[in-house]
Design a protein around this ligand. Structure first.
Ligand SMILES: Nc1ncnc2c1ncn2[C@@H]1O[C@H](COP(=O)(O)OP(=O)(O)OP(=O)(O)O)[C@@H](O)[C@H]1O
Length: 617
């Protein structure tokens, strides 16, 4: 709802920027171990190699500095003596050269493995995300906070690979620091303290700003979704027609401009403050370094340390400062990444309500009694009014039942309840005497085929569009062709340049689009392909001309002899073909019977029938 309010409301959106407590951030770090485990499981060999390479790379800086110290001391010794033996000196130089080459190799190796492992990880987590989203209930998709979670989890796909490199880089730098600090501590332990004091303000500043930036982005999630929606609506093949006809582009662009500019302004403020404080803290760090440097120079002048040691110590101090700053700064972005990770794991914690119970009974084959609605009521999430209330009737096994009612009467809702896209809010639906909730939803869905009015026009081949009815049989061309014949889609496909192989829809190159009625014939093919025990046609024939619809239903009745079926249509010529007709109004039961019985009764059905016969409906 907030989304639509924002879209059409006059008020600018409220960017809630929750201040995150230190505790929240620290607790987000608990996601790092499971995260690293996921990385490891992506490809254990690559992950192991990565760790080994980084271990070696961590030792390089201290080794280079140490060899540098030996070289300078040797040069000084040689200049102060008459000795001309240069072998030792050149061995040292060769060693340093070797270290430089190895270091470069290690860097490239690490970058390569990081990249490959990151790609693999991103792919695998996207797959996991899709798998989990597929398990969730339809009801959860209609909740806007769910969408926010999904959106944030989706955005992680790339940044998670960055987080992986960061965490591994962090470990590598910490190791490097331990090596360097060991050298420094053996001479002047208190230099380490000076280092910490110089770097700490920068760390605290960074962590503060990272937190603000996370809050900003987090608080803007609904608006960012809206921005995406506007961008898509403004320029997509699905919407282009109405955007042009209604002249909507100005309206959409204005809204986009306003929203995106608000985000830019908020972000700019934060980025500017961050840059300002960042410079102050960096200057503090430099002051710490030069303090230590002056001290070391004085010590050298006084002969307390050698020239080689001066380069080693000042070099170590400088490297340590760089590393410590990097580690501390990275720590805040790792913590920030871990916060985002929380969104990712939060999404995975969402559990569907409609799922298999351990005690699920076997699905009846064949269905003996049928489906019984017992005082069923249903209310959509966030809706105030009941879509269906106090509904009791039986859909008998093997009968063809037509649902009749005006727009919004609750017909589609009943279909959704039958196929367990939702569960009733009150009352229950029984299948052969057992509550539908007891069965495994996967079994139920396998035995039910529904073709909705707003069926999906898959931008795939015509053959696949029919095979979607039972996708396991997508290679079974004879079955696809029989289904196409039964639904009258064969004549549509015969006209396509590439027949069953022809991609239909406008989205892709060489795609051929179909008329509304032609699409419906293709979609109806799915019902035959499905060959389920209960078939439901929820007005998928509305775009067919009256004669074609009549023919489609006539065939449907013949071809599904003995099967249970539910038909929804606003055309009474079709409805009267059903064995029984259920009339509902405002989600409530009105009457039920065969066409003749209901006409004889002279109730609501008879009235609607007469109206249509006179051409008023
Ligand atoms: N996802 C939803 N969230 C909230 N309310 C909904 C949702 N879907 C439908 N409704 C409401 O539930 C009621 C019944 O809708 P339903 O789609 O079942 O009607 P219908 O009889 O199939 O109508 P039509 O003939 O127009 O297809 C309507 O008042 C509708 O506004």
């Amino acid at each position: 709802m907030a989304f639509w309010n924002n879209l059409f409301g006059k008020k600018p959106p409220q960017q809630g920027q929750p201040q995150l407590s230190v505790q929240q951030r620290v607790s987000a770090l608990k996601h790092l171990p499971p995260f690293l485990k996921m990385v490891w499981q992506t490809n254990p060999r690559m992950a192991f190699l990565n760790v080994v390479l980084r271990l070696f790379r961590a030792a390089v800086p201290v080794a280079v500095l140490y060899v540098g110290q030996l070289i300078i001391d040797e040069v000084v010794r040689l200049t102060q003596s008459n000795e001309k033996e240069l072998n030792y000196l050149f061995t040292l130089v060769a060693l340093e050269f070797g270290l430089a080459v190895v270091s470069d190799f290690l860097n490239r190796g690490i970058a390569l493995i990081d990249g490959l492992l990151g790609d693999l990880f991103a792919n695998q987590s996207s797959v996991k995300l899709m798998e989990h989203a597929a398990e969730l209930d339809l009801d959860q998709f209609e909740d806007s906070t769910f969408y926010d979670k999904l959106e944030r989890a989706r955005r992680q796909t790339l940044s998670r690979t960055v987080l992986m490199s960061q965490v591994l880089g962090q470990m590598q730098d910490i190791l490097s620091m331990i090596f360097l600090a060991a050298g420094l501590v053996s001479f002047y332990p208190w230099l380490l303290l000076l280092l910490l004091v110089a770097v700490l303000p920068a760390f605290l500043g960074e962590s503060h700003f990272n937190e603000r930036s996370y809050s900003l982005v987090h608080g803007w999630t609904p608006e960012r979704r809206e921005l995406d929606y506007l961008r898509q609506t403004g320029a997509s093949d699905d919407t282009a027609k109405e955007v042009k006809i209604f002249g909507l582009s100005g309206f959409l662009i204005d809204r986009f401009r306003t929203l995106s500019n608000q985000f830019y302004q908020d972000n700019k403020k934060l980025a500017t403050r961050r840059a300002g404080w960042g410079s102050v803290f960096a200057a503090l760090g430099s002051a710490g370094y030069y303090g230590a440097y002056v001290y070391l120079i004085l010590q050298t002048v006084q002969g307390q340390v050698s020239l080689g040691q001066l380069t080693f110590l000042s070099g170590s101090f400088m490297r340590l400062r760089g590393l410590l700053e990097a580690v501390l700064n990275r720590f805040t972005s790792v913590a920030e990444g871990a916060l985002y990770l929380q969104d990712f794991f939060d999404f995975f914690e969402l559990q569907p309500n409609i799922r298999r119970l351990a005690s699920a009974p076997p699905f009846p084959k064949p269905i003996r009694e049928g489906f019984t609605f017992e005082n069923v009521g249903f209310k959509y999430r966030n809706a105030e009014k009941w879509a269906i209330r106090n509904l009791s009737f039986t859909l008998r096994a093997g009968e063809k039942l037509a649902l009749v009612g005006e727009n919004g009467a609750g017909k589609t809702t009943m279909v959704k309840l039958l196929s367990r896209l939702y569960d009733p809010t009150e009352g229950r639906i029984l299948l052969d005497g057992i509550d539908l909730r007891e069965y495994d939803p996967a079994d139920l869905r396998r035995e039910i085929g529904v073709i909705f009015q707003d069926f999906v026009r898959f931008q795939m081949s015509a053959g696949t569009n029919i095979a979607i009815g039972r996708i396991e049989e997508k290679e079974n061309q004879p079955r696809i062709e029989t289904s196409a014949r039964q639904s009258l889609a064969d004549t549509v496909i015969a006209k396509l340049p590439q027949g069953y192989e022809q991609v239909i829809g406008r989205r892709f190159n060489r795609g051929v689009d179909l008329s509304g009625g032609e699409w419906q014939k293709i979609a109806l093919g799915r019902a035959y392909m499905r060959d389920a025990q209960l078939l439901i046609l929820d007005e998928p024939t509305a775009a067919l001309d009256a004669r074609a619809e009549h023919e489609v239903f006539q065939r449907f009745s013949e071809l599904t002899q003995g099967k249970t079926a539910v038909l929804i249509s606003h055309r009474f010529s079709t409805v009267r073909m059903a064995d029984r007709i259920l009339v509902i109004e405002n989600g409530q039961f009105v009457e039920m019977g065969s066409h003749e019985e209901l006409i004889a009764k002279g109730g609501r059905y008879a009235e609607l029938f007469r109206l249509q016969a006179k051409g008023y409906l």
